[in-house]
Ligand binder design. Sequence first.
Ligand code: NAP
Length: 532
Amino acid sequence: MKLSGRSIIGDSRGSQTDEVFYAFNPAASEQIEPAFHAATVAEIDKVADLATLAAVEYKHKSSKQRSAFLHAIADEIESLASPIKQRVILETALPAGRIDGEFARTVNQMRLFAEVAKEGSWVQARIDHADPERQPVPKPDVRSMLRPVGPVLVFGASNFPLAISTAGGDTAAALAAGNSVIVKAHPAHPGTSELLGLAIQQAAQKCGMPPGVFSLLFGADHQLGAALVTNPAIKAVGFTGSYAGGRALMDLAAARSEPIPFFAEMGSVNPIVVLAEAANERGTAIATGLYAAVTLGVGQFCTNPGLVILEGSVEQQGDANGVESIISELVKLMKESSAEPMLTAGICSAYHQGIKRLAAISGVKMLVEPSADSTGYCVGPGLLETTAETLLAERSLMHEVFGPCTLLVRTSSHAEVLELVEALEGQLTATIHGTPNDLSENHELIDALEQKAGRIIVNSFPTGVEVCHAMIHGGPYPATSDGRSTSIGTQSIFRFARPICYQGFPKTLLPAELRDENPTGIWRLVDGEFRR
Ligand code: NAP
């Protein structure tokens, strides 16, 4: 399928502007055709106008119509499976097996949101009937439900070109909630973005959706993202990427004359706490699992474990205990590991610089230095070691280095483990490895981790985020810009909706979900009781 490199503007295409950029093949270290044309100011305005118009029409589509649209998107994506997979592998060098999995996840995620839209109870309808006889004052008829916020802007991530990008979770959630969507294409996979954008455009046309329900814009630099975030038409933003990018755009969103909700997922170090008994009982197995989690996808996951707190390992240093077996096994596995390509030149150089930054801090020991490949962006894993004392004195050691590396932290006591957890910044995940005995005695640790992370995992690893109803992929700042939300799983729909209360409304003006006869058959809280 031939790519044009032009933006998707509702049901039409953008112009072939002179300002262009190219995708890059990280495995072969070479530029890929075609050129992608940056959207003009006039095109940005046009997309904003179309999205505003479409937002009004689209929010009045029934939940069944929205659901059918999302299923149609999934169908269109499936019909383009082969060109999408070929292009994404070319642009990211991610292995075919990983792309097969992510492709399936993307399609299933779209269908899951289609079902959430159709079932409809996500709108949290509440009805409090009037009581004109109530004393001393009559009670009014008050009803409320979640309604779409208006055009949503989506920034996809480089590391999930399918599941967290053009047709990814944010887009699916925003469309399911009844919003029009504008995607700012990620510069690292523009061809993949164009193909997915075409699939959504095709589905919109087939389902009779308003043209501006979806648009995709290409930009050659940061200007496009900034222009979109500050455009008055945009009413909310979903972002996944770096802390620097997320924070810059979040500040722009807050500085608007009308500040808007900005939901950024910016990653974290995802601490793992290995409790003493677990280390002694199954140190080698923990090391094997940790190695797999750290190196999976060349470590390019926001859930990559970048900090491992080892209970009681300072005192026992040198003894033949579990902690030493974890460290020696990790060193062995990492030294045997071959270099793999990272996604972009920027991510690769940030990885090397990040490891150098950690290793330069007094009290940090490099156990495995990452190998590098001068021809491409290939890197090997890195392993560093320090003590709780050093970490507490130098908090920058807790900052994420995006890639396949982790920092092991020796502690002298359980109290020091708790002190370290208290000192952590907000995290997407936190993991504990412990025996039943370790765990039963550690309510304090769980309480402390609840303050720090969006997902707490026991005796497993944080990589691999299940797309389901209960998932939370969020956490306190700086892991995200708003720790009350998730960017993965069906609860992410709530970011793009806002509660509206209807008081004293005539039946004909009420949304269907709030009418007494409950024509949509959803779960509602009626006079304080949950009913269908
Ligand atoms: P990124 O550099 O933050 O880019 C994400 C998106 O934001 C892109 O569309 C980018 O496009 C735009 N952008 C970035 N900075 C901007 C700014 N100052 N103003 C306006 N727009 C801006 O993230 P990335 O390319 O995906 O990865 C780079 C780094 O992000 C990695 O090294 C890693 O640290 C981190 N990362 C985190 C996650 C996560 O899950 N949280 C995922 C991937 C990467 P333009 O550059 O065209 O403006």
